[in-house]
Design a protein around this ligand. Structure first.
Ligand code: PSV
Ligand code: MN
Length: 424
Protein backbone atom coordinates (compact mmCIF):
# COMPACT_ATOMS: atom_id res chain seq x y z
CA UNK A 1 0.00 0.00 0.00
CA UNK A 2 1.03 3.57 -0.56
CA UNK A 3 0.32 6.47 1.71
CA UNK A 4 -1.58 9.39 0.31
CA UNK A 5 0.55 12.47 1.01
CA UNK A 6 -2.50 14.66 1.43
CA UNK A 7 -3.59 12.46 4.34
CA UNK A 8 -0.26 13.14 6.07
CA UNK A 9 -0.70 16.84 5.44
CA UNK A 10 -4.24 16.78 6.83
CA UNK A 11 -3.09 14.91 9.91
CA UNK A 12 -0.19 17.34 10.45
CA UNK A 13 -2.42 20.39 10.05
CA UNK A 14 -4.44 19.41 13.09
CA UNK A 15 -1.30 19.14 15.22
CA UNK A 16 0.60 22.09 13.82
CA UNK A 17 -0.20 24.80 16.36
CA UNK A 18 0.77 22.70 19.33
CA UNK A 19 3.93 21.59 17.52
CA UNK A 20 4.89 25.15 16.63
CA UNK A 21 4.77 26.21 20.28
CA UNK A 22 7.01 23.32 21.32
CA UNK A 23 9.41 23.89 18.44
CA UNK A 24 9.78 27.64 19.09
CA UNK A 25 10.56 26.90 22.71
CA UNK A 26 13.11 24.20 21.83
CA UNK A 27 14.79 26.27 19.11
CA UNK A 28 14.93 29.54 21.02
CA UNK A 29 18.51 29.27 22.21
CA UNK A 30 19.96 27.36 19.26
CA UNK A 31 21.53 29.90 16.87
CA UNK A 32 22.22 27.46 14.02
CA UNK A 33 18.89 25.62 14.30
CA UNK A 34 18.35 25.48 10.53
CA UNK A 35 21.72 23.91 10.02
CA UNK A 36 20.88 21.27 12.63
CA UNK A 37 17.52 20.59 11.02
CA UNK A 38 19.17 20.18 7.62
CA UNK A 39 21.61 17.65 9.07
CA UNK A 40 18.68 15.74 10.57
CA UNK A 41 16.88 15.80 7.22
CA UNK A 42 19.96 14.36 5.48
CA UNK A 43 20.38 11.54 7.99
CA UNK A 44 18.76 8.22 7.06
CA UNK A 45 18.78 4.81 8.70
CA UNK A 46 18.45 1.67 6.59
CA UNK A 47 15.83 -0.96 7.42
CA UNK A 48 16.81 -4.63 7.12
CA UNK A 49 14.52 -6.73 4.98
CA UNK A 50 14.43 -9.35 7.76
CA UNK A 51 13.00 -7.01 10.40
CA UNK A 52 9.60 -6.44 8.83
CA UNK A 53 7.98 -9.57 10.18
CA UNK A 54 7.36 -10.62 13.75
CA UNK A 55 10.46 -11.93 15.45
CA UNK A 56 10.37 -14.76 17.88
CA UNK A 57 12.45 -16.93 20.11
CA UNK A 58 13.19 -20.63 19.99
CA UNK A 59 10.15 -21.03 22.26
CA UNK A 60 7.62 -19.52 19.95
CA UNK A 61 6.54 -16.86 17.53
CA UNK A 62 3.32 -14.87 17.66
CA UNK A 63 2.75 -13.16 14.31
CA UNK A 64 0.40 -10.21 14.28
CA UNK A 65 -0.84 -10.57 10.69
CA UNK A 66 -0.27 -8.73 7.44
CA UNK A 67 3.44 -9.62 7.32
CA UNK A 68 5.15 -8.97 3.99
CA UNK A 69 5.52 -12.33 2.26
CA UNK A 70 7.62 -11.17 -0.69
CA UNK A 71 10.54 -8.85 -1.29
CA UNK A 72 8.17 -6.46 -3.07
CA UNK A 73 5.93 -6.30 -0.02
CA UNK A 74 8.92 -5.75 2.24
CA UNK A 75 9.93 -2.81 0.10
CA UNK A 76 6.38 -1.54 0.32
CA UNK A 77 6.66 -1.64 4.11
CA UNK A 78 9.97 0.24 4.14
CA UNK A 79 8.41 2.73 1.69
CA UNK A 80 5.62 3.17 4.19
CA UNK A 81 8.04 3.86 7.03
CA UNK A 82 9.96 6.30 4.88
CA UNK A 83 6.79 8.13 3.85
CA UNK A 84 5.97 8.61 7.53
CA UNK A 85 9.36 9.59 8.93
CA UNK A 86 11.41 10.56 5.85
CA UNK A 87 14.42 8.97 7.58
CA UNK A 88 14.20 5.34 6.45
CA UNK A 89 15.18 5.72 2.81
CA UNK A 90 17.14 2.48 2.38
CA UNK A 91 16.65 -1.27 2.60
CA UNK A 92 19.29 -3.87 3.34
CA UNK A 93 18.81 -7.34 1.83
CA UNK A 94 19.81 -10.65 3.36
CA UNK A 95 20.61 -13.33 0.78
CA UNK A 96 19.13 -15.92 0.30
CA UNK A 97 16.17 -14.80 2.43
CA UNK A 98 15.46 -12.10 -0.16
CA UNK A 99 16.76 -12.82 -3.61
CA UNK A 100 15.81 -10.19 -6.18
CA UNK A 101 14.54 -11.93 -9.30
CA UNK A 102 14.07 -9.08 -11.72
CA UNK A 103 16.60 -6.36 -10.94
CA UNK A 104 15.07 -3.72 -13.19
CA UNK A 105 11.62 -4.17 -11.64
CA UNK A 106 12.95 -4.20 -8.08
CA UNK A 107 15.01 -1.08 -8.74
CA UNK A 108 12.13 0.82 -10.22
CA UNK A 109 9.90 -0.25 -7.32
CA UNK A 110 12.58 1.04 -4.92
CA UNK A 111 12.79 4.33 -6.79
CA UNK A 112 9.01 4.72 -6.63
CA UNK A 113 9.30 4.62 -2.81
CA UNK A 114 12.40 6.81 -2.85
CA UNK A 115 14.51 3.93 -1.45
CA UNK A 116 18.14 3.00 -1.98
CA UNK A 117 19.78 -0.36 -1.43
CA UNK A 118 22.06 -0.43 1.58
CA UNK A 119 24.71 -3.11 2.28
CA UNK A 120 23.87 -6.66 1.17
CA UNK A 121 24.24 -9.43 3.76
CA UNK A 122 25.47 -12.97 3.23
CA UNK A 123 24.15 -15.94 5.17
CA UNK A 124 26.47 -18.81 5.94
CA UNK A 125 24.97 -19.38 9.36
CA UNK A 126 22.11 -21.61 8.19
CA UNK A 127 21.98 -24.56 5.85
CA UNK A 128 19.66 -23.95 2.92
CA UNK A 129 17.52 -26.55 1.21
CA UNK A 130 19.59 -28.30 -1.52
CA UNK A 131 22.86 -26.94 -0.12
CA UNK A 132 25.66 -29.41 -0.74
CA UNK A 133 27.84 -29.04 2.37
CA UNK A 134 26.75 -28.15 5.90
CA UNK A 135 27.77 -25.11 7.98
CA UNK A 136 27.22 -27.01 11.22
CA UNK A 137 30.89 -26.54 12.13
CA UNK A 138 31.34 -23.15 10.53
CA UNK A 139 31.76 -21.64 7.11
CA UNK A 140 34.71 -19.38 6.28
CA UNK A 141 36.76 -20.89 9.12
CA UNK A 142 35.82 -24.52 8.42
CA UNK A 143 38.49 -27.22 8.61
CA UNK A 144 37.30 -28.56 5.25
CA UNK A 145 38.42 -26.44 2.32
CA UNK A 146 35.40 -27.47 0.25
CA UNK A 147 33.03 -25.94 2.83
CA UNK A 148 35.09 -22.75 2.87
CA UNK A 149 34.96 -22.65 -0.93
CA UNK A 150 31.17 -22.99 -0.91
CA UNK A 151 30.84 -20.14 1.62
CA UNK A 152 33.23 -17.92 -0.37
CA UNK A 153 31.20 -18.58 -3.51
CA UNK A 154 28.01 -17.61 -1.71
CA UNK A 155 29.55 -14.29 -0.63
CA UNK A 156 30.65 -13.61 -4.20
CA UNK A 157 27.08 -14.33 -5.38
CA UNK A 158 25.78 -11.84 -2.82
CA UNK A 159 28.18 -9.19 -4.13
CA UNK A 160 26.84 -9.83 -7.64
CA UNK A 161 23.25 -9.24 -6.49
CA UNK A 162 24.40 -6.07 -4.72
CA UNK A 163 26.12 -4.74 -7.83
CA UNK A 164 22.90 -5.13 -9.81
CA UNK A 165 20.95 -3.22 -7.18
CA UNK A 166 23.44 -0.41 -6.62
CA UNK A 167 24.59 -1.47 -3.14
CA UNK A 168 28.11 -0.47 -2.17
CA UNK A 169 28.96 -2.86 0.64
CA UNK A 170 28.83 -6.48 1.72
CA UNK A 171 28.24 -7.23 5.39
CA UNK A 172 29.72 -10.50 6.57
CA UNK A 173 28.50 -11.85 9.88
CA UNK A 174 29.82 -15.28 10.74
CA UNK A 175 28.34 -17.60 13.29
CA UNK A 176 31.61 -19.55 13.09
CA UNK A 177 33.03 -20.48 16.47
CA UNK A 178 33.09 -23.34 18.91
CA UNK A 179 30.80 -24.65 21.60
CA UNK A 180 33.33 -26.51 23.70
CA UNK A 181 36.95 -26.07 24.79
CA UNK A 182 39.29 -28.05 22.58
CA UNK A 183 36.85 -28.11 19.65
CA UNK A 184 38.86 -25.63 17.63
CA UNK A 185 42.41 -24.63 16.93
CA UNK A 186 41.95 -20.85 17.30
CA UNK A 187 44.96 -19.95 15.16
CA UNK A 188 43.95 -22.22 12.29
CA UNK A 189 40.35 -20.99 12.50
CA UNK A 190 41.57 -17.41 12.25
CA UNK A 191 43.87 -18.18 9.34
CA UNK A 192 41.23 -20.09 7.41
CA UNK A 193 38.82 -17.20 7.91
CA UNK A 194 41.41 -14.69 6.77
CA UNK A 195 42.20 -16.66 3.60
CA UNK A 196 38.50 -16.97 2.84
CA UNK A 197 37.90 -13.28 3.44
CA UNK A 198 40.85 -12.47 1.16
CA UNK A 199 39.11 -14.25 -1.71
CA UNK A 200 35.89 -12.37 -1.01
CA UNK A 201 37.80 -9.10 -0.74
CA UNK A 202 39.36 -9.74 -4.14
CA UNK A 203 35.87 -9.96 -5.66
CA UNK A 204 34.81 -6.53 -4.37
CA UNK A 205 34.32 -3.83 -7.00
CA UNK A 206 36.57 -0.78 -6.77
CA UNK A 207 34.04 1.41 -4.96
CA UNK A 208 32.79 -1.28 -2.55
CA UNK A 209 33.54 -2.08 1.07
CA UNK A 210 33.27 -5.21 3.16
CA UNK A 211 31.89 -4.80 6.68
CA UNK A 212 33.06 -7.37 9.19
CA UNK A 213 30.51 -7.74 11.98
CA UNK A 214 31.60 -9.20 15.30
CA UNK A 215 29.56 -10.88 18.01
CA UNK A 216 30.71 -12.08 21.43
CA UNK A 217 28.52 -15.18 21.61
CA UNK A 218 25.60 -17.02 20.00
CA UNK A 219 25.16 -19.40 18.35
CA UNK A 220 28.54 -20.57 19.59
CA UNK A 221 28.96 -20.17 23.32
CA UNK A 222 32.61 -20.99 23.96
CA UNK A 223 34.35 -18.99 21.23
CA UNK A 224 33.35 -16.91 18.26
CA UNK A 225 35.89 -16.60 15.46
CA UNK A 226 35.02 -12.94 14.98
CA UNK A 227 34.10 -12.38 18.61
CA UNK A 228 34.97 -8.78 19.29
CA UNK A 229 36.14 -5.56 17.71
CA UNK A 230 39.79 -6.55 18.17
CA UNK A 231 39.35 -9.68 16.10
CA UNK A 232 37.30 -7.86 13.49
CA UNK A 233 39.88 -5.08 13.29
CA UNK A 234 42.69 -7.63 12.88
CA UNK A 235 40.90 -9.04 9.84
CA UNK A 236 40.06 -5.58 8.50
CA UNK A 237 43.64 -4.37 8.84
CA UNK A 238 45.08 -7.45 7.18
CA UNK A 239 42.58 -7.30 4.32
CA UNK A 240 43.09 -3.69 3.33
CA UNK A 241 41.37 -0.30 3.03
CA UNK A 242 38.03 -1.61 1.78
CA UNK A 243 37.53 -3.73 4.90
CA UNK A 244 36.03 -2.18 8.02
CA UNK A 245 34.57 -3.18 11.37
CA UNK A 246 30.81 -3.17 11.85
CA UNK A 247 29.42 -2.50 15.32
CA UNK A 248 26.13 -4.18 16.23
CA UNK A 249 25.17 -2.70 19.60
CA UNK A 250 23.86 -6.01 20.92
CA UNK A 251 27.04 -7.97 20.24
CA UNK A 252 29.15 -6.95 23.23
CA UNK A 253 29.81 -8.44 26.62
CA UNK A 254 27.76 -6.71 29.36
CA UNK A 255 28.82 -3.14 30.17
CA UNK A 256 31.32 -2.88 27.30
CA UNK A 257 32.25 0.74 26.66
CA UNK A 258 30.89 0.88 23.11
CA UNK A 259 31.42 4.63 22.78
CA UNK A 260 35.15 4.17 23.36
CA UNK A 261 35.30 1.35 20.81
CA UNK A 262 33.56 3.60 18.30
CA UNK A 263 35.93 6.52 18.97
CA UNK A 264 39.01 4.38 18.37
CA UNK A 265 37.68 2.64 15.27
CA UNK A 266 36.83 6.04 13.83
CA UNK A 267 40.29 7.34 14.67
CA UNK A 268 41.77 4.43 12.71
CA UNK A 269 39.45 5.02 9.75
CA UNK A 270 38.14 1.50 10.31
CA UNK A 271 34.57 2.02 11.46
CA UNK A 272 32.13 0.60 8.91
CA UNK A 273 28.90 1.57 10.59
CA UNK A 274 26.18 0.24 12.83
CA UNK A 275 23.49 -2.25 13.45
CA UNK A 276 21.33 -0.43 16.00
CA UNK A 277 19.28 -2.17 18.67
CA UNK A 278 19.15 -2.25 22.45
CA UNK A 279 19.51 -4.99 25.00
CA UNK A 280 19.41 -5.75 28.68
CA UNK A 281 20.79 -9.28 28.92
CA UNK A 282 22.46 -10.23 25.65
CA UNK A 283 21.71 -9.87 21.99
CA UNK A 284 18.11 -9.13 22.90
CA UNK A 285 17.45 -7.11 19.73
CA UNK A 286 15.15 -4.69 21.53
CA UNK A 287 13.91 -1.33 20.25
CA UNK A 288 16.77 1.14 19.91
CA UNK A 289 16.96 3.38 22.97
CA UNK A 290 14.49 1.28 24.97
CA UNK A 291 17.00 0.41 27.68
CA UNK A 292 20.06 2.62 27.48
CA UNK A 293 19.24 5.90 25.74
CA UNK A 294 22.13 7.67 27.51
CA UNK A 295 24.60 5.16 26.13
CA UNK A 296 23.15 5.70 22.66
CA UNK A 297 23.67 9.44 23.07
CA UNK A 298 27.27 8.90 24.25
CA UNK A 299 27.89 6.79 21.14
CA UNK A 300 26.48 9.51 18.90
CA UNK A 301 28.50 12.09 20.77
CA UNK A 302 31.70 10.19 19.85
CA UNK A 303 30.45 9.71 16.30
CA UNK A 304 29.80 13.37 15.68
CA UNK A 305 33.06 14.43 17.35
CA UNK A 306 35.12 11.78 15.54
CA UNK A 307 33.50 12.22 12.14
CA UNK A 308 33.92 15.99 12.31
CA UNK A 309 37.57 15.54 13.28
CA UNK A 310 38.06 13.47 10.12
CA UNK A 311 35.96 15.74 7.91
CA UNK A 312 33.43 12.98 7.29
CA UNK A 313 29.86 13.38 6.06
CA UNK A 314 27.55 12.21 8.86
CA UNK A 315 24.85 10.95 6.53
CA UNK A 316 26.94 9.21 3.91
CA UNK A 317 30.32 8.08 5.22
CA UNK A 318 29.18 5.30 7.56
CA UNK A 319 26.54 2.58 7.25
CA UNK A 320 23.51 3.17 9.50
CA UNK A 321 21.07 0.35 9.96
CA UNK A 322 18.64 -1.12 12.47
CA UNK A 323 19.02 -4.77 13.38
CA UNK A 324 16.32 -5.64 15.86
CA UNK A 325 13.48 -8.07 16.24
CA UNK A 326 9.94 -7.46 17.43
CA UNK A 327 8.46 -10.26 19.45
CA UNK A 328 5.46 -8.54 20.95
CA UNK A 329 5.10 -5.30 18.98
CA UNK A 330 3.89 -4.44 15.53
CA UNK A 331 7.18 -4.53 13.55
CA UNK A 332 6.44 -1.27 11.74
CA UNK A 333 5.57 0.62 14.91
CA UNK A 334 8.68 -0.77 16.56
CA UNK A 335 10.86 0.34 13.66
CA UNK A 336 9.34 3.82 13.81
CA UNK A 337 10.25 3.96 17.50
CA UNK A 338 13.81 2.81 16.75
CA UNK A 339 14.39 5.37 14.03
CA UNK A 340 12.99 8.09 16.29
CA UNK A 341 15.39 7.08 19.09
CA UNK A 342 18.32 7.28 16.67
CA UNK A 343 17.27 10.70 15.40
CA UNK A 344 16.90 12.02 18.95
CA UNK A 345 20.38 10.79 19.87
CA UNK A 346 21.84 12.29 16.73
CA UNK A 347 20.07 15.61 17.43
CA UNK A 348 21.42 15.60 20.98
CA UNK A 349 24.95 14.92 19.74
CA UNK A 350 24.71 17.83 17.29
CA UNK A 351 23.76 20.11 20.17
CA UNK A 352 26.72 19.31 22.44
CA UNK A 353 28.74 22.42 23.25
CA UNK A 354 32.02 21.07 21.85
CA UNK A 355 34.14 24.06 22.84
CA UNK A 356 33.00 23.87 26.42
CA UNK A 357 33.45 20.11 26.53
CA UNK A 358 36.96 20.33 25.03
CA UNK A 359 37.96 23.03 27.50
CA UNK A 360 36.62 20.98 30.40
CA UNK A 361 38.50 17.91 29.17
CA UNK A 362 41.75 19.82 28.70
CA UNK A 363 41.57 21.32 32.18
CA UNK A 364 40.39 18.08 33.79
CA UNK A 365 37.19 19.73 34.94
CA UNK A 366 35.28 16.50 35.32
CA UNK A 367 32.18 18.15 36.76
CA UNK A 368 31.74 20.57 33.86
CA UNK A 369 32.41 17.80 31.31
CA UNK A 370 29.60 15.78 32.85
CA UNK A 371 27.34 18.85 33.03
CA UNK A 372 27.82 19.56 29.33
CA UNK A 373 26.81 16.05 28.34
CA UNK A 374 23.98 15.61 30.80
CA UNK A 375 22.47 19.04 30.18
CA UNK A 376 22.36 18.24 26.50
CA UNK A 377 20.89 14.79 27.08
CA UNK A 378 18.21 16.23 29.36
CA UNK A 379 17.13 18.76 26.74
CA UNK A 380 13.88 17.83 25.01
CA UNK A 381 14.69 17.70 21.28
CA UNK A 382 11.55 15.87 20.14
CA UNK A 383 10.06 18.99 18.54
CA UNK A 384 13.31 19.62 16.63
CA UNK A 385 13.29 16.10 15.18
CA UNK A 386 9.57 16.47 14.39
CA UNK A 387 10.26 19.77 12.63
CA UNK A 388 12.89 18.05 10.43
CA UNK A 389 10.32 15.39 9.63
CA UNK A 390 7.60 17.79 8.54
CA UNK A 391 9.98 19.98 6.56
CA UNK A 392 10.81 16.91 4.46
CA UNK A 393 7.19 15.85 4.03
CA UNK A 394 6.85 13.31 6.82
CA UNK A 395 4.31 12.98 9.58
CA UNK A 396 4.39 15.00 12.79
CA UNK A 397 3.46 11.86 14.67
CA UNK A 398 4.22 8.72 12.61
CA UNK A 399 2.84 6.21 15.11
CA UNK A 400 -0.27 8.32 15.72
CA UNK A 401 -0.87 8.45 11.97
CA UNK A 402 -0.20 4.70 11.58
CA UNK A 403 -2.86 3.98 14.19
CA UNK A 404 -5.39 6.57 13.07
CA UNK A 405 -5.24 5.30 9.51
CA UNK A 406 -5.46 1.68 10.73
CA UNK A 407 -2.53 0.76 8.53
CA UNK A 408 -1.96 -2.67 10.07
CA UNK A 409 -5.63 -3.56 9.52
CA UNK A 410 -5.28 -2.49 5.89
CA UNK A 411 -2.15 -4.66 5.50
CA UNK A 412 -3.97 -7.63 7.03
CA UNK A 413 -6.87 -7.08 4.63
CA UNK A 414 -4.45 -7.13 1.70
CA UNK A 415 -2.04 -9.88 2.76
CA UNK A 416 -4.06 -12.01 5.12
CA UNK A 417 -3.72 -12.88 8.78
CA UNK A 418 -1.12 -15.59 8.40
CA UNK A 419 1.35 -14.32 5.79
CA UNK A 420 4.91 -15.06 6.92
CA UNK A 421 8.01 -12.96 6.35
CA UNK A 422 11.26 -14.79 5.63
CA UNK A 423 14.08 -14.42 8.09
CA UNK A 424 15.11 -15.95 11.37
C1 PSV B 1 23.59 -11.74 14.01
O1 PSV B 1 23.11 -11.79 15.32
C2 PSV B 1 23.09 -10.51 13.29
O2 PSV B 1 23.26 -9.37 14.09
C3 PSV B 1 23.74 -10.34 11.94
O3 PSV B 1 23.77 -8.98 11.56
C4 PSV B 1 22.82 -11.10 11.05
O4 PSV B 1 22.93 -10.76 9.72
C5 PSV B 1 21.47 -10.78 11.64
O5 PSV B 1 21.71 -10.63 13.03
C6 PSV B 1 20.50 -11.86 11.36
O6 PSV B 1 19.28 -11.64 12.02
MN1 MN C 1 23.66 -7.41 13.19
Amino acid sequence: MRIDKSKIQEYNDALLNAHKRKFDFAAEHIPDINNIINQLIEFNVAIPSWALGTGGTRFGRFPGGGEPGTLEQKMEDVGLLHALNQSSGAISLHIPWDIPENYAEIKSLAASFDLKFDAVNSNTFQDQKDQELSYKFGSLHHTNKAVRKQAIQHNIEVIKHGIELGSKALTVWLSDGSCFPGQLNFRKAFQNTLESLEEIYAALPEDWKVFIEYKCSEPNFYSMTVGDWGQSLLFANKLGPKAKTLVDLGHHLPNANIEQIVALLLMEGKLAGFHFNDSKYGDDDLTVGAMKPYQLFLIFNELVEGMDARGMNHAKDLGWMIDASHNVKDPLEDLLQSVEAIMLSYAHALLVDRQKLNAAQESNDVVVAQEVLQNTFRTDVRAIVAEARIRSGGSLDPIGFFREQKIRAQLIAQRGKSSIATGL
